[in-house]
Design a protein around this ligand. Structure first.
Ligand SMILES: [Zn+2]
Length: 492
């Protein structure tokens, strides 16, 4: 049995699983992931570990030649499961609509002011490294100190399985984040569309967090949406904010024209995300054929490009679309000047392999066509994999990933932006990001949209503090020596 205390990232789980499956030849590995798992939530971490275990087992089987690996996929009939998935709690995404508990915040304090380490943590990591034992926040409550259970200094530090063979940054320093809270987030059926004042406040927080792009909505959908978008664009112009603005619309000319108008009236560039469904199931539902989709797409892209908008072509349900269809559509729109291709896991279908295969396919296709466009990853959380898929997308070559505050989005939502930023920061990959407003980002988003944060939600749930104090302490403690390779220990 492998126990994760809620701190395991995929590298750590992989290393543990490899030890058990490859070295110790254990056939059945049970992974128990703490329900407050920082990295992926217990479900994501356990699934990821189980997935790795199965891959490793298959490799071992094929190497030894003792038996074929087929028919032994995870959970498939025909043999005992290779891993027992144990995911207590099922946090966050599985909250049932309509029976959420009312908000019960610790001591009635807003999340950003609770005795949490985060407001101090995100810009206080250096303080911890200097040995500060009590970096209090403005309320005097947040202490960046070793947890009560921290080992005395004479004992060796915790072993960090995350760090084995992680010798270099795993994502490009130019990777970008696009915040979909004000577009996809508002398509969740349980939220309220916030008043413009709250949208403006969220936009400023996104800007302060270093988020590259904010999608502000569908300006072609109705007059109120357009008016809100215009106010947000003018705010960016007035404050000369570095955050870039994008808006979404269907691949119809009528949805692109309002974006052109926004850009002209506010005097700022707008990135146009124009979307079309191209999976077989969507084509049947809409009675579309490929020629019609191509015609619509080209017409819409032409409006954006010819009016100077940086235009991204969005294929809904990309992860279930046929490669020959994608190839033909991508070639068309690349020839017509799109700046980006947005690959969507619209129904939350993709596994990590799906993410890697699709990104590699797209990159290879562009190379063969002599085009170079940005690749976006936009994933949903129906399998609970949105967070890990988004981080993995960055690792395998996506240039920009999408997320929303608290993962709020259509159905069960998107990749949670705050957990992406938090985890990548803790891995030392977002050095130039100041995340001191990250908890406030969650709090203000929940408040604006009438959302209840489950107590067990990672990072800002009311039950998460102790876990995260431990997490921060572990991650921020100076490491006197690099994590030794376990193979060296075996030889002792
Ligand atoms: Zn979406």
């Amino acid at each position: 049995m492998l126990l994760t205390g809620g701190l395991a990232a995929d590298d750590g789980l992989r290393a543990c699983v490899e030890e058990a499956v490859v070295k110790a030849k254990i056939k059945n590995v049970e992974i128990r992931s703490h329900e407050d798992s920082v990295y992926a939530g217990s479900l994501g971490a356990a699934l990821w570990g189980g997935y790795r275990a199965e891959r490793l087992r298959q490799r071992e089987v094929s190497r030894s030649g003792r038996r074929r690996a087929s028919g032994r996929r995870l959970g498939a009939p025909g043999g005992p499961p290779p891993g027992v998935l144990h995911a207590p709690g099922l946090p966050g995404a599985l909250t049932l609509r309509g029976i959420r508990r009312p908000v019960k915040r610790l001591k009635n304090q807003p999340m950003s002011q609770r005795p949490s380490i985060y407001s101090a943590a995100m810009n206080g990591r250096n303080q911890a490294q200097k040995g500060s034992a009590a970096a209090s926040d403005a309320n005097g409550g947040a202490c960046l100190r070793p947890p009560a259970s921290a080992p005395p200094s004479s004992t060796p530090p915790d072993y960090d399985w995350n760090e084995i063979a992680r010798n270099a940054p795993t994502i490009s320093p130019n990777a970008e984040f696009l915040d979909e809270t004000l577009r996809d987030g508002l398509q969740n059926p349980s939220v309220v569309d916030p008043p413009i004042e709250k949208k403006l406040e969220l936009l400023h927080i996104m800007n302060d967090l270093g988020i590259a792009v904010a999608n502000i909505g569908l300006p072609g959908s109705n007059q109120r949406a357009f008016d809100d978008c215009l106010i947000l664009c003018k705010e960016v112009a007035r404050h000369n904010m570095p955050i870039k603005i994008s808006a979404a619309g269907r691949t119809v000319v009528a949805d692109l024209k309002p974006m052109v108008e926004l850009s002209q009236r506010a005097g700022i560039p707008i990135e146009a995300y124009t979307f079309v469904g191209c999976s077989p199931i969507r084509a049947i539902a809409e009675a579309w054929d490929l020629e019609r989709i191509k015609k619509l797409s080209i017409a819409a892209v032409d409006v954006g490009v010819k009016n100077g908008l940086e235009t991204t072509f969005v294929t809904e349900d990309t992860t279930r679309s046929r490669p020959e269809v994608l190839g033909e559509l991508f070639k068309c729109v690349l020839d017509h000047g799109v700046a980006g291709l947005c690959l969507c896991d619209t129904v939350g279908h993709a596994t990590h392999d799906g993410v890697a295969n699709l990104i590699q396919f797209t990159r290879s296709l562009m190379a063969s066509l002599g085009h170079k466009a940005r690749i976006d990853w936009h994933g949903h959380n129906d399998r609970g994999l949105a967070l890990t898929n988004a981080i993995y997308a960055l690792e395998v070559g996506a240039d920009r990933v999408h997320g929303t505050a608290l993962g709020i989005g259509e159905r069960v939502g998107n990749a949670p932006m705050e957990l992406m930023l938090f985890n990548l920061k803790m891995l030392g990959l977002l050095e130039n990001y100041d995340l001191s407003r990250l908890a406030e980002y969650c709090e203000k988003s929940a408040d604006a949209m009438g959302w209840t944060v489950p107590p067990s939600y990672p990072f800002v749930g009311t039950d998460s503090d102790q876990v995260h104090i431990n997490a921060l302490y572990t991650a921020a403690s100076p490491k006197s020596e690099p994590t030794p390779d376990p193979r060296a220990v075996q030889n002792l």
